[in-house]
Design a protein around this ligand. Sequence first.
Ligand SMILES: Cc1ncc(COP(=O)(O)O)c(C=O)c1O
Length: 397
Amino acid sequence: MKTIGSRRLQRMGSAIFAKIEQWKRTASAAGHTLIDLGIGSPDRAPSEKVMTALAEAVRKPHNYRYPTSNGTLALRQAICRWFAHKFGVALDAEREVLVLMGTQDGLAHLALALADEGDVALVPNPGYPIYQANLALAGVEAHLLALRAEQRYLPKFDDIPAEVAARARFLLLNYPGNPLAVQAPAELFAEALRFCEQYDLVFAHDYAYSEMTFGAVERFSALQVPGAKQRTIEFHSFSKSFNMAGCRIGFVAGNEQAIAALGKLKANIDYGVFLAVQEAGVIALEEDMQSDATVGALYEERSRRFVAALRSFGWQVPDSDATMFVWAPVPEGWTSREFARTLLLETGVVVTPGDAFGTLGEGFVRIALVQEWERLEQAAQRIKTFWEAQRHAIAGE
Ligand SMILES: Cc1ncc(COP(=O)(O)O)c(C=O)c1O
């Protein structure tokens, strides 16, 4: 009998997320109340204004027609105003902006739109899982850029063999990142662009966490580099920026040809984002432009307190620059999976093993601060008890 399911699917993704679901069921069955710091899904709702706009928009009969796959002109124009306001970059709403069903939609289709089977793409390790999965979908070879703590999690372009770069079609980076909660200096974006110019690549930057940058950390769009639009596209997400993850809306902006390629592919696949959600998206952008506040302040506060709580009992985790994540080294003698599994089964606290994000994620777990502080404090307390029990067990051996 033939196997059901394509070989392509077998190349995709790690089975770790299914495993975590299994561990969660076991821990619940054993009586633990779970504190889920696994998936990076924002726990807060959008603003009142956005929810009201959405509620009104769903009552309009004309919003139930098929949208167009590239997004309404009204939303694309609002994106242009927002981009100019935030980053001082002028975009053309007709040619340089494409609305997406979440950034995931654009990232999942990136290699299919920009590369052919047997081509290469340069993606970070560790990195957000769809970066490698979209290559597997398209039959594109991944060349992994090692991101290590000692290099401040920045890629070394000099390490990429010239023959690999010559076969590559695009470079994909993500700062501030998931799972690495670090921001890159502005110079990195200029360097990435120079590298892409040298080898004639598209530079794709995933800036899903643009609004989750912590106060003193510099914000920077890859499209701010002079000449960037010659070959750069940048992904933005309403999920993280405006707590709209369930609405499935995001956008990609920048180089006209790359936007057109992705737009052409998507025109064959989907009919775009529900018009009511696009109306709410316009309101989210407009509201955001009227205030300097971002979701970053909330996550900075949670992160500062949570990191301090972990350090208080000896878990030396680094400060994050941005995002909802803490990227924490597991103690000596543990693998990422064993640590995450044992922690979950013994305490009910869910974290994600770092190897879910690539081989260089081994040795870490990712903790998503997507609960209110009281729950995070309880999680820190449970982790402390676990940590101290482990230490005693080791000391007693
Ligand atoms: C780095 C990164 N990019 C993209 C996404 C997808 O976001 P969206 O909800 O916009 O599809 C995520 C979601 O967690 C992410 O962490």
